[in-house]
Design a protein around this ligand. Structure first.
Ligand code: GGG
Length: 326
């Protein structure tokens, strides 16, 4: 069976790491139909529109989407694309790899981030020259959907339970509802939980990441805390992600466009290639996903490495080394 994959590189290094992941996928014995589409700052400059309707429609109909990176137009690109695949959870593993110089080499975390609401709901206003406002939306239904996914996730992947991270002592109504709903769903499923305030989590995960495993959190907290975890494992070039919906999913590296290195062919493709491995698992190709993961891990350990990891290899060198190992 052929899988139709929407390929949306976006801006900056998204244009370099996305083709790298496609090259890796093309080297496998799986029938893919890759359909490329435009989105982001460059297309906005050309057409006035950051996310053309045909790109949205493609993501909404393809079996899965590979996305690269969004820049200044992130709110107009990645948020609607997540909506196109009806994604309610952003799965962000943050894991240290052997041989990589990490601040906390013992880190092995999985963030399950609420993906539709919180402060990313888009209700933001400039009331006067002096005053701007943002409405933080939390619903029982979105919190429940995330919590049910988290319960299934820990059961399916053999985790003991999960940690709920929130700030319900201050945001009593919004995070209060999030906390209450997630804990109630976990209780109904007999899943073990503990809870940590998000500011305390930031300190504790730096001091002792091993005390955490699966972390369930609201949207912005998941975005920020997973980037913090990237700092513990050796950088943003190592973190993949999956935006999962009931029928479709979109796979993107956690990193953004990295304008400081864009166009120089030195971007680390690891995060995007591991995101492609997550897509292989999602599509049911577990063996090939495992092979790709092993190849990336082998290259991370023995090189070649891009400059973010202390090497001098190019994006192509690393991609070809992964393909050679497959
Ligand atoms: N591929 C990741 C990316 O494009 N990041 C840009 C960004 O600002 N993302 C916000 C988010 O993940 O919610």
């Amino acid at each position: 069976m052929s899988h139709q994959i929407a390929v949306i590189p976006g801006d900056g290094i998204g244009q370099e790491v996305t083709p790298a992941a496609v090259d890796v996928l093309e080297s496998l014995d799986i029938d893919f139909e890759f359909v490329e589409a435009e989105a982001g700052d460059a297309v906005k400059e050309e057409t006035g529109e950051a996310l053309p309707a045909e790109t949205y429609d493609l993501a909404a109909s393809a079996d899965a989407t590979l996305f690269g990176a969004a820049g200044e137009t992130a709110a107009d690109v990645i948020l609607p694309l997540r909506e196109a695949v009806d994604s309610f959870v952003n799965v962000r593993p943050a894991k240290a790899y052997p041989g990589i110089d990490a601040v906390r080499p013992e880190t092995d975390l999985i963030f399950l981030r609420e993906n539709t609401e919180g402060v990313y709901s888009g209700h933001e206003d400039r009331l006067t020259q002096d005053v701007s406002t943002l409405t933080r939306v939390v619903t029982e239904s979105a919190s429940r959907q995330l919590a049910e996914y988290a319960c299934e996730f820990v059961a399916e992947h053999g985790h003991d339970g999960f940690t709920v991270v929130h700030k319900a002592n201050v945001m009593r109504e919004t995070d209060g509802l999030f906390r209450e709903t997630v804990l109630e769903v976990a209780d109904d499923h007999g899943v073990e939980t503990d809870e940590v305030l998000m500011d305390a989590f930031a300190t504790q995960v730096c001091l002792d990441p091993e005390q955490f495993d699966v972390v369930v959190c609201p949207n912005l907290a998941g975005d920020v805390l997973s980037d913090l975890a990237a700092g513990l494992v050796g950088g943003l070039g190592l973190l993949p992600s999956a935006n999962v919906g009931p029928e479709r999913a979109l796979f993107e590296p956690v990193h953004g466009t990295a304008p400081d290195i864009a166009g120089e062919s030195v971007a680390n493709p690891a995060a995007k290639i591991i995101s492609a491995a997550m897509m292989l698992e999602y599509l049911g190709h577990d063996d090939e996903a495992g092979t790709v993961r092993e190849a990336v891990e082998d290259v991370l350990e023995s090189g070649p490495r891009t400059p973010d990891l202390g090497g001098d290899a190019s994006t192509e060198d690393v991609t070809n080394a992964v393909i050679d190992r497959l």
